[in-house]
Design a protein around this ligand. Structure first.
Ligand SMILES: [Zn+2]
Length: 418
C-alpha cells in the first residue's frame, strides 16, 4: 500500500474534524478530539485553520466537567453556498442553498424545448444563480430524469429531454469552473430526504420513491447512495407490472409501473374513463382533465376519481412490496406530485404493501410521506456537495461575486458531444 503523504494526512484529518463539527449543532475541541481519535494539538491546529477559512466560529461556552469551561465551535451555515438543480418534466428549478439546507435564492423556468434548448435553459438558470450568489460556491449538483453515470457525470439517456450520452458535468464544469455532480432525480430526492428530512434520525438506510411524471426510487445504504452497477438502481418505473395488455410506455415496453401509477398515468386513465366525473368541479372535455382536476374531484368524493387514484396507489403498494422483499430497508418515504392525494392514497399504498409482503417484514416497515415538498430534489442535489469537505475548505475561486462571465460556450456548440 502506498504511504499517505503528509499533505494527504493533513487533508484527511481536516476533513474528519470538519465533518464532526458539521454533523453537530456545536461541539468543543476536546470533544472533537475524543470523537475523531486525533490528538488535542492536531485538532487545535486544524480548528485554527477552519476559523481562518471562516467555515467555523466559536459560539459560546459549554458546561464544564470540572476545570475550565470549554469553548464551543459551530459551522457557519452561510460561509459557503451550494447550487442545486431539479430538471423536472415541465419546469426546471434551481436554488442557491446554504450549508444547512436553507434556500437563499430560487429560479424556476418552464421547459419549452428539448435537447440543446433544454441545455440552454440549464445555463440560463445557473448563470442567474451564480451571479446572485455573494459567497464562495462549493459546487453544482444536478438532479435529472433518466439514466445517469454519476462517476463520469454523463446523462446516458433522458427521454423527455432528448439527451443521449450528454456529458453534462463536463459541460457545466467548463462553463462555471466548479465541481459538478449529476444524479438521477430520484436519487437526488433520496439524498434530500436523508440529509434534511426526519429520515436520518431513523437510521442509515432509506428508500425514497419519487412518483411524478415518471417513477423512480433512490436507495441509501449505510448513509451512502447506492446506484447499482450501471447507475440504474431504483429504476422501478419501468418494471412491467401489467404483463398482458398493458398500456405503451415511453421506454418502448408495455405495462410499466409508470403507465399505471404515475401522475401522467392518472391523467390518461381519467381521460380514458371518459370524465366528466360526478363531481361538478371537474371539467368535461377529456383534454381538460388535469391532475389538478382529478385532485379536486378526488377530494370532493367523486367515485370515479377515487377509483382511479386508489387503483394507482395499489400498484404503488406492490412496487413498495418488491423493494421491501429485495432490500428489507425499514423506512420508505414517498415523494412527488402523486403524493398530493394524501392520506387515502398513502393508506392504500400501505394496505397493499402489507397484503403483498412477508407479514413480518411489512410489520417492521414504515411507509411515510416526504417532508421537503417540491424542493427535495434541489436540496438533495446540493447536499451531495456538502459532503465534499475538501471543496468546502477550499472552494474553487472562480468568481468574485458579480464579475463572473460564462466561459464562452454557447448551448449550440456545447452540444457537439460524442
Ligand atoms: Zn417503461
Amino acid at each position: 500500500m502506498k504511504k499517505a503523504t503528509q499533505q494527504q494526512t493533513k487533508e484527511h484529518n481536516r476533513n474528519l474534524v470538519l465533518k464532526t463539527i458539521l454533523e453537530r449543532d456545536s461541539i468543543s475541541r476536546a470533544e472533537v478530539a475524543r470523537v475523531t481519535g486525533l490528538t488535542r494539538t492536531t485538532v487545535s491546529d486544524i480548528v485554527t485553520d477552519l476559523l481562518d477559512a471562516g467555515l467555523v466560529e466559536e459560539v459560546g461556552v459549554g458546561s464544564s466537567k470540572g476545570g475550565k469551561s470549554p469553548i464551543l465551535l459551530s459551522l457557519v451555515p452561510d460561509s459557503r453556498c451550494l447550487i442545486g438543480l431539479d430538471l423536472a418534466q415541465y419546469q426546471f428549478r434551481g436554488a442557491v442553498v446554504n450549508l444547512r439546507g436553507a434556500i437563499c435564492e430560487m429560479v424556476t423556468m418552464p421547459v419549452t424545448g428539448r435537447d440543446g434548448e433544454a441545455l440552454a435553459l440549464v445555463y440560463t438558470i445557473l448563470d442567474r444563480l451564480v451571479r446572485a450568489s455573494c459567497r464562495p460556491i462549493v459546487g453544482i449538483g444536478v438532479g435529472t430524469p433518466g439514466l445517469v453515470n454519476t462517476g463520469q457525470g454523463v446523462v446516458i439517456s433522458a427521454v423527455n429531454l432528448d439527451w443521449v450520452n450528454l456529458p453534462l458535468a463536463a459541460l457545466l464544469q467548463e462553463r462555471y469552473r466548479l465541481p459538478v455532480t449529476v444524479l438521477n432525480d430520484s436519487q437526488a430526492a433520496a439524498m434530500g430526504e436523508y440529509t434534511y428530512g426526519e429520515a436520518h434520525s431513523y437510521g442509515k438506510n432509506l428508500v425514497v420513491i419519487n412518483a411524478r411524471h415518471g417513477i423512480g426510487a433512490g436507495v441509501i445504504i449505510n448513509g451512502r447512495l447506492f446506484q447499482g452497477d450501471g447507475g440504474g438502481a431504483g429504476e422501478i418505473g419501468h418494471v412491467v407490472v401489467v404483463p398482458d395488455g398493458g398500456l405503451p410506455c415511453r421506454c418502448g415496453n408495455n405495462g410499466c409501473l409508470e403507465t399505471v401509477a404515475s401522475a401522467q398515468a392518472l391523467v390518461k386513465r381519467a381521460q380514458a374513463l371518459g370524465a366528466p366525473f360526478a363531481a361538478p368541479t371537474t371539467p368535461s372535455a377529456p383534454e381538460a382533465v388535469t391532475l389538478d382536476a382529478i385532485e379536486r374531484a378526488f377530494h370532493a368524493g367523486d367515485p370515479v376519481a377515487r377509483q382511479i387514484v386508489l387503483e394507482a396507489a395499489r400498484y404503488m403498494g406492490m412496487a413498495v412490496s418488491s423493494l421491501v422483499g429485495t432490500l428489507n430497508i425499514q423506512h420508505i418515504v414517498l415523494v412527488g406530485e402523486v403524493t398530493r392525494f394524501g392520506e387515502p392514497w398513502l393508506a392504500a399504498v400501505r394496505e397493499t404493501m402489507a397484503r403483498t409482503s412477508l407479514s413480518r417484514l411489512a410489520q417492521e416497515t414504515r411507509v411515510e410521506m416526504g417532508q421537503l415538498g417540491g424542493n427535495g430534489i434541489v436540496l438533495g442535489a446540493s447536499a451531495v456537495l456538502a459532503n465534499n469537505y475538501s471543496a468546502l475548505y477550499e472552494p474553487q475561486a472562480l468568481q468574485a461575486a458579480g464579475d463572473w462571465r460564462p466561459a464562452g460556450l454557447n448551448a449550440r456548440s456545447a452540444l457537439k458531444y460524442p
